[in-house]
Structures are given as structure tokens and as C-alpha cells.
Design a protein around this ligand. Structure first.
Ligand code: NAP
Length: 248
């Protein structure tokens, strides 16, 4: 029996990068997967078609995670299509980097709304389902930047640090109902998000990573697999870095 067989998993931002890697890993391990995207409709269709030969149920939904009402509608639709949700992975995120001196109010607000408020929106919407059945696993995607900070990323760091506080509180609040909530803090993972970085920035990051390489999406997906599965049933309220030792 596969690790995630009979589990219905909802992940935000599954159309690209880390989220896409997680979708493939979950399906490979037997899960039924519902994933969201914000604008990548054709790419999302391709992913669903690519995975259609698997026995698992897989479906993509266009849904803006920063909009409270859209998250409520999404949960209703996923329940109607899949029957249940066992695991929620809040992965959707953006960056709008700039030095504080040049950062606009809009760039601060949109990063907080898409990265942090989305986690509140989705967790609030799914908690009724988890509370009713007295089980559930919530996995929230933070960043090492939320722990350490980073010049030019005050908005992003604030959103990712906020996710950690939110997740620890949720773990304490919902633990008695067997609902777990953990955080993944990736370091430098190769995706479209990091493809915009210059070669010199990439080189300098690599030199400070003890494992001397950027992470791959499957490095993060492997931890997701563990946290989504029953292998992690006594683990909650934790922040786990996937960073090649960067914060060591
Ligand atoms: P990415 O390649 O830019 O992909 C972002 C995903 O989020 C896409 O699927 C995108 O959908 C979706 N998305 C964006 N805004 C959304 C919204 N409002 N509602 C719903 N979905 C939305 O990013 P990534 O590098 O894979 O990062 C994934 C997560 O890991 C993020 O939370 C990021 O902060 C975190 N992280 C990444 C790294 C890294 O090195 N890459 C390091 C630490 C943490 P569309 O395709 O439709 O735009």
C-alpha cells in the first residue's frame, strides 16, 4: 500500500515550481490531489492531463488564495468533487522584493495578503471539516527568510515569519482534535521564482550552503510527503528547514 493511499490532499499554487513538484510527489504516492493556481490555466490543464493515467483523482481549480470568499467556495467545490479533505498544503506565494526605501505600500500589502492572509483564509475554511472528523494535517510553506530576515525582502520575510506564528498557534489550538499543523522553511530552491536571480547572487548563495548546491523541488516535496502521511502523526507545531544546512 502506498503512503498516501485514500488521502485527499488540497494544495494551493500547484501549477509551478515547488507546488508542482509536490503535486507529482503526492500523486506518485497514491494521493488524490486538488490543486489551485492563480493564472496558469493551460499549464494546470497539462499537469492534470499528464497525471490522468494514474488511478488517483486529480483536479485543478482557479482560485485566488488571498480572497477569503474564494477559499470558502474552493473548499465547498473540493468537498463536492472529492468527498473529503485530509491534508491542506498552503504553498502559494509571491515575492515583490525591494529595499524598504523603495518598497510601495501596495507591494507590502499584496505580499502579506497572498503569502500570509491566504494561510488564514484556507485554514479557516478547512478547519470545520477537520474538526468534524477529528483529524487533519496542515502544512504551511514559510522560508528561511522568515526566520533570519533578508535585505530587500522585508515584506516577504514578514509574511513568512507570520506564517510561523500562525502555524504554532493553530497547532496548539487544534492539537486536542488531532489536527496537526507544521511549517516547512525552504532555503534556496531552484524554481521559476529563483530563475530571476543573477548568476553572481546564485553563486554567493551556493558558497554559504554547507551542501554547496541549491535545493530541488523534490527535496521539499519529500518532506511534504512525510508531513502529509501518518508517519508524522506525533509531529505538530514544528518548523522544519529544507535548506542544505544554510541556517546552521
Ligand atoms: P513559483 O514558482 O512562483 O509558484 C508560485 C505558485 O503559487 C504558482 O502555482 C502560482 O500560480 C501560485 N500563486 C501565486 N499567487 C497565487 C494566489 N493569489 N492564489 C493562488 N495561487 C497563487 O513559487 P515557488 O518558488 O514554487 O514557491 C512556492 C512556495 O515556496 C512559496 O510560498 C514561496 O514563498 C516558498 N519558498 C520558495 C523558495 C524558493 O527558493 N523557490 C524558498 C523558500 C520558500 P500561477 O502559476 O497561476 O501564477
Amino acid at each position: 500500500m502506498k503512503l498516501l493511499e485514500n488521502k485527499n490532499i488540497l494544495i494551493t499554487g500547484g501549477s509551478r515550481g515547488i507546488g508542482k513538484g509536490i503535486v507529482y510527489k503526492l500523486v506518485e504516492n497514491g494521493a488524490n490531489v486538488a490543486f489551485t493556481y492563480s493564472s496558469s490555466s493551460s499549464v494546470s490543464k497539462e499537469i492534470v492531463n499528464d497525471l490522468a493515467s494514474e488511478k488517483n483523482n486529480i483536479k485543478a481549480y482557479k482560485s485566488d488564495a488571498s480572497v477569503f470568499e474564494e477559499c470558502e467556495v474552493l473548499i465547498k467545490n473540493v468537498i463536492s468533487d472529492f468527498g473529503d479533505i485530509d491534508v491542506l498544503i498552503n504553498n502559494a506565494g509571491i515575492t515583490k522584493d525591494n529595499l524598504l526605501m523603495r518598497m510601495s505600500e501596495n507591494d507590502f500589502d499584496s505580499v502579506i495578503e497572498i503569502n500570509l492572509k491566504s494561510v488564514f483564509n484556507m485554514t479557516k475554511a478547512v478547519q470545520k471539516i477537520f474538526l468534524k472528523k477529528r483529524s487533519g494535517s496542515i502544512i504551511n510553506m514559510s522560508s528561511v527568510v522568515g526566520i533570519k530576515g533578508n535585505a530587500g525582502q522585508s515584506n516577504y520575510a514578514a509574511s513568512k515569519a507570520g506564517i510561523i506564528g500562525f502555524s504554532k498557534s493553530t497547532a496548539i489550538e487544534l492539537g486536542s482534535r488531532n489536527i496537526r499543523c507544521n511549517v516547512i522553511a525552504p532555503g534556496f530552491i531552484k524554481t521559476e521564482m529563483t530563475d530571476n536571480l543573477s548568476a553572481s547572487v546564485i553563486e554567493s548563495w551556493n558558497s554559504t550552503i554547507p551542501l554547496k548546491r541549491p535545493g530541488e523541488t523534490h527535496d521539499v516535496a519529500n518532506l511534504c510527503l512525510f508531513l502529509a502521511s501518518d508517519l508524522s502523526s506525533y509531529i505538530t507545531g514544528q518548523v522544519i528547514n529544507v535548506d542544505g544546512g544554510l541556517l546552521t
